[in-house]
Design a protein around this ligand. Structure first.
Ligand SMILES: *Cc1c(COP(=O)(O)O)cnc(C)c1O
Length: 313
């Protein structure tokens, strides 16, 4: 598996007119605080509230018609599930989402609201992989994973392409990292368009598998890490995303939950931007590093569970 920048250019034309062109926000206070010129790419305003729509829509668009008509399946209960459900509805592709029966009700409701068929399972009795494999075989469904897939990575890489088109050259680009789909796509874009731009992946300190993998050059796994950044609790990078991260990312950084909360509160109070914990990883990384120069920061999503967020604060 690998990926060329031309695939990201093609994904951008697939998304043209179907995904939002998200705005870029600036803040003088943030520039002063970080000693940098900061450009915030607001994917919290993307359809379904996160960049995941870009990858999901690209992947479903590239399916052959018979596969698309039979439908697709995924396991993720997070933003990928909602993104896939909406992309499926727009493209006439039935979507089946396998979720644990204890998944938050808001997530079940949102996924159903976008037209996804939710199949719940009991964590203690079945593994989602076993159930997913059974369903995909029985019903002829194509599995669309949340990050380790060339079409998903190509779609996510359009975030950086769009940002560069909006703001031109950057010295640094800060990107949240879970399974590495967003980071690998955006780093490939950066190195193709502005090779001198330093791409920095940011992870939660307790879920630093990608940082460890980056440093050791072997794929490291972290089991069920505790962090408020639920979108980055993935056990490890994928095969494709690991390869691309090693080739195109310049450095990795970690931030703790307190630093994430601080970044979220800043965005809320000073910029009037609602971002979920995982979506604030890039800004928390920037505020930690304070590199100077022109810095792009991807705010990757805004689907916070507000009652529990208020509890945290
Ligand atoms: C999924 C997700 C991430 C992490 O993306 P990966 O491609 O898995 O690295 C970051 N932020 C938000 C809001 C997400 O939904």
């Amino acid at each position: 598996m690998s990926l060329e920048f031309s695939s990201i250019v093609d994904a951008a034309s697939i998304l043209d007119g179907f995904a939002h062109v998200t705005p870029v926000h600036t803040s003088t206070t943030l520039d002063d605080l970080s000693g940098s010129q900061v450009l915030l790419k607001c994917e919290n305003f993307q359809k379904t509230g996160s960049f995941k729509f870009r990858g999901a829509y690209t992947a479903l668009s590239r399916l052959k018609l018979p596969e698309r008509e039979r439908g697709v399946l995924t396991f993720s209960s997070g933003n990928h599930a909602q993104a896939l459900a909406l992309a499926g509805r727009l493209l006439g592709c039935p979507t089946t989402i396998v979720m644990p029966d204890d998944a938050p009700k808001v997530k079940l409701d949102a996924t159903r609201g976008y037209g996804g068929q939710v199949v719940v399972y009991d964590r203690d009795e079945t593994s989602r992989e076993a159930l997913g494999a059974k369903l995909s075989k029985e019903r002829g469904l194509t599995i669309v994973p949340p990050y380790d897939h060339p079409d998903i990575v190509a779609g996510q890489g359009t975030v950086a392409k769009e940002l560069f088109e909006q703001v031109g050259h950057l010295d640094f680009l800060f990107v949240p990292c879970g399974g590495g789909g967003l980071l690998s796509g955006c780093s490939l874009t950066a190195k193709s368009l502005y090779p001198t731009c330093q791409v920095i992946g940011v992870e939660p300190a307790t879920a630093d598998d990608a940082t460890q993998s980056f440093v050791s050059k072997t794929l490291v796994k972290v089991h069920n890490p505790p962090t408020i950044a639920d979108g980055a609790r993935t056990p490890s990078l994928g095969e494709l995303t690991f390869e691309l991260v090693l080739r195109f990312v310049d450095d990795m950084l970690t931030v703790d939950d307190a630093e994430l909360l601080e970044a979220m509160v800043f965005l809320w109070q000073r910029c009037k931007l609602m971002v979920e914990p995982t979506g604030a990883l890039g800004l928390a990384g920037l505020l930690k590093k304070k590199p100077g120069g022109r810095c792009g920061v991807i705010l990757s999503g805004g689907n916070a569970d507000f009652p529990s967020l208020l509890n945290l604060l």
